[in-house]
Design a binder for this molecule. Structure first.
Ligand code: 5GP
Length: 130
């Protein structure tokens, strides 16, 4: 069965898209740790990060680099943090999170955003993606 994230790539489940290319897709996390919390995935479904081929891993990291640069340009923060967990969704995803405090990377405190805020964030980050 297709993962939630495969359904997001196909458009079956809506998302606040940031960017995509042939192999990778970036979108806002629906339950963000902080404003601008973004997920970057390979379109090809794989459960665990280190089960990706070296080539696909490198491609995911290069794409994440470009997304992180766009987040930095858009969201005021001390830095963009990166984390890979995957205990909830078994489809590889890189969390890119604007950080101002240690708690922003701890997946405990969440930020509630309106649809309008999600749209504005996605459009802002997307417009800075190069
Ligand atoms: P992990 O698997 O790394 O523990 O966490 C999965 C992440 O995916 C969580 O941060 C969660 O909020 C996010 N997530 C789960 N389902 C959806 C969804 O349908 N849409 C979006 N945009 N994010 C999701």
């Amino acid at each position: 069965m297709a993962s939630i994230f495969t359904k997001i790539v196909s458009g079956e489940i809506p998302s606040y898209k940031i960017a995509e290319d042939e192999n990778y897709f970036a979108f806002l996390d629906i339950n963000p740790n902080a404003k601008g919390h973004t997920l970057v995935i390979p379109k090809r479904e794989e459960n665990k990060l280190f089960d990706l081929s070296k080539e696909e891993y490198d491609g995911l990291m290069s794409f994440s680099y470009r997304v992180a640069k766009a987040i930095e340009k858009t969201i005021p923060c001390k830095r963009v943090g990166m984390s890979v967990i995957g205990l909830e969704v078994p489809h590889v995803h890189v969390h890119l999170i604007p950080l101002n405090a240690m708690s922003d990377i701890q997946f405990i405190e969440k930020v509630k955003l309106s649809k309008e805020e999600f749209v504005e964030l996605a459009e802002g980050i997307s417009s800075n993606f190069e």
